[in-house]
Write a protein that binds this ligand. Structure first.
Ligand SMILES: Nc1ccc(Br)nc1
Length: 446
């Protein structure tokens, strides 16, 4: 007898032939398109990743929060042409409410901060790990859900906020074995765009739209970028100037263009200076082409990238000083980032850095005599009471089957409850790695 893995569970208890059964249509056992199951091995890897997200967040003094995966659609109705808006997983519920599966966590955070109002003193430092959704035409075969780790600082206007957030991500990367040779952060500021466009009479409403268009650089042809920028009322001169600035990779170059008096250059210089103090200068670089694809960013923006250039952005974030006021809240400065659960795993695979997350159980307990099943339960409960993990064999199985299961679950010890030993208050303990076996008095078992 072996512990036979079964492709799909056959109906072990067959219904009696004369009983009418409704032959339900065989269901599709795969999860909905674009979504994932997390069977044990994948769940252990996910738990390992989230454990590291949590450990770093707590190391930085952040408190964990969460919000409903279902939110009012109104949280996401932004008119800047964002992909996140086009792919909103939204519908009308049975109460005729327009609702959406959250595509990101930041609007929920803004909603909760406003709800809490003065009852939560500033600065707020919250983190969350939540599943986010998009309705993507499956033609592109991309996922429709992912888990995002977010850290946000509300109420700190200085770039010390952004510097702290980048430090937390660097700390995370170091914890899991990623170095500055593997990844870096491209850093810029939307104030660069703002200061260039301020040289031209560009309507205020064009700014966010222009950012979303520019974020598509490298993803769609440059001619299309220019066409879309013209459509949001940027003149040809403004576009040429903008594209020239966006190609800049040095703060010196930027300062020559914008001068040193503006906020954009001053804040970026301050951030790079703080990076020295935090000790992560080798991880960051100025790159004016970084604007990120969310309309609400107003200042510093950054994204983590893999230096081999094979993968999509690993994480991204920035300052969003206007989001709370656009939701009717006070004018409170804020910054934060989002870090998805997919690209990082691809990167770890690429770098052979995936952790060993095998299942490990301290004890497997079984009785060889059907009359001693209860005694085995007593032994299991005694060990569990001492904090020991026990896999209790719940049916009368041959020893060969027990050994096979013990090997599969990586059990360290096999506790055998046999009649003659039990009558003497003893059990048989076998160390499975060495085969060493000895009798132990139940009172001494630990
Ligand atoms: N916003 C968002 C949601 C879900 C996935 Br997968 N990617 C991006």
């Amino acid at each position: 007898a072996t512990e036979t893995p079964r492709a799909g569970r056959s109906n072990s208890v067959s219904s009696p032939p004369n009983q009418a059964v409704d032959y339900a249509q065989k269901i599709d056992v795969n999860p909905p398109k674009g979504t994932r199951d997390f069977p044990p091995e994948e769940m252990r890897l996910r738990n390992w990743l989230f454990h590291n997200f949590r450990e770093v967040s707590e190391l930085f003094g952040f408190e964990e929060v969460d919000y409903p995966v279902l939110e009012s659609e109104a949280l996401y109705i932004r008119k800047a042409g964002e992909e996140i808006r086009d792919q909103l997983y939204c519908f009308e519920d049975k109460g005729n409410r327009r609702v959406a599966l959250r595509p990101e966590l930041t609007p929920s955070l803004a909603r909760l901060v406003i709800q809490k109002g003065k009852s939560v003193p500033l600065p707020i430092k919250w983190f969350a790990i939540g599943q986010c959704w998009r309705y993507e035409r499956m033609t592109r075969g991309r996922r429709r859900e992912h888990y995002q780790w977010n850290m946000d600082i509300i109420g700190v206007p200085d770039v010390t906020g952004e510097a702290e957030l980048i430090s937390s991500i660097v700390t995370f990367f170091k914890r899991i074995g990623i170095t500055a040779k593997d990844v870096g952060f491209k850093i810029s500021s939307r104030k660069v765009l703002q200061e260039v466009l301020s040289l031209y009479s560009v309507p205020e409403t064009s700014f966010a739209k222009a950012c979303i268009i520019i974020d598509k650089m490298g993803k769609i042809p440059m001619e299309e970028i220019k066409k879309e920028l013209k459509a949001v009322e940027l003149s040809s001169d403004a576009i040429e100037d903008l594209l020239q600035v966006l190609s800049m990779k040095s703060l010196t170059e930027l300062e020559e263009k914008l001068g040193g008096a503006g906020e954009a250059v001053r804040e970026l210089k301050q951030l790079f200076s703080l990076a020295e103090k935090f000790g992560y200068s080798e991880w960051i670089q100025f790159d004016a082409s970084v604007v990120r694809g969310l309309a609400y960013y107003t200042g510093i923006v950054f994204e983590g990238f893999d230096r081999e250039g094979k993968l999509r952005a690993i994480c991204g974030g920035g300052r969003y000083d206007r989001l709370l006021s656009t939701f009717g809240g006070d004018d409170i400065p804020a910054c934060g980032f989002g870090f998805g659960d997919a690209v990082i795993i691809e990167l770890l695979k690429e770098r052979q850095l995936l952790p060993e997350v095998s299942v490990e159980v301290e004890n497997i307990v079984c009785s060889l005599d059907p009359d001693l099943q209860g005694s085995a339960a007593t032994v299991a409960t005694l060990l569990r009471g001492k904090g020991q993990c026990v896999d209790l064999v719940l049916e009368n199985k041959p020893l060969k089957w027990v050994f096979k299961r013990a090997a599969r679950i990586n059990a360290r010890r096999l506790i055998l409850v046999g009649r003659s030993e039990w009558e003497r208050g003893m059990v048989n303990v076998k160390i499975l790695s060495t085969g060493e076996q000895h009798e132990v008095n139940l009172d001494d078992l630990q």
